[in-house]
Design a protein around this ligand. Sequence first.
Ligand SMILES: N[C@@H](CCC[C@H](N)C(=O)O)C(=O)O
Length: 262
Amino acid sequence: MKLKFYKYQGAGNDFVLIDNRNKTLTVDVKLFAHLCDRRFGIGGDGIMLLQNHPGFDFEMIYANSDGRPSTMCGNGGRCITAFANHLGIFNAETNFIAVDGPHYAKLTEKGVSLEMIDVSEIESNSDFFVLNTGSPHYVKEVSDVKDLNVFESGRSIRYNDRFKAEGINVNFVEDKGDHLIVRTYERGVEDETLACGTGVTAVALAMMKKKGLTGTHTTHIKAMGGDLSVTATTSDGNAFTSVFLEGPADYVFEGEIEIETV
Ligand SMILES: N[C@@H](CCC[C@H](N)C(=O)O)C(=O)O
């Protein structure tokens, strides 16, 4: 059968999107990995199904490019919001449900602003932080992020004894004063991606904690594929509320692909 698909990207983090409101597809790891394959399929860091869900405008089902359903994808959440707007599901603001719970999102001048989950604790170590922003993240500050071998360094952390079973996404950050530069090795893609939304969110909160920033603060981030910003509120540098991830979420192309199974 022919499957209609759409391709979106947010700061270079790219996704295959399927309107699955008619329930054509169920989760199929082999098929999803094939659709994300950059040579034999459409190509993407991940794939999302947009589905109906009672009480919400839509449901986001996310899988990484390895085809396996995973935890929350921040750039994916922003891209599926743009896709839902394209499908006429909402006009300016929306409430949808994802694997980590309900999300509010709105269209903005910069693209899409997505409310992320509240974060109640950040593990702080001598030279790294660990926190969950919908997906698990390791954050390490470095002085030379552009020269770093993110694949080698990220992979060695992702597969160390502590993290290898569940996996973790690994973010390297360089503080440039008025902005951060962030590069991320993503679990489930098992490579560096051009941007990671839950990753830059984790980095922004970890750096707020490190700097002792309280109140509401906006962090500007340059990822390899584009600019993102994270606004969050904290009174103690540990618990964060009203966490918003904002940046571009753009349509790339659409088409049909022949698939064997449904
Ligand atoms: N690219 C995503 C993160 C996707 C999930 C991640 N690879 C995982 O499995 O934890 C983002 O923008 O947040």
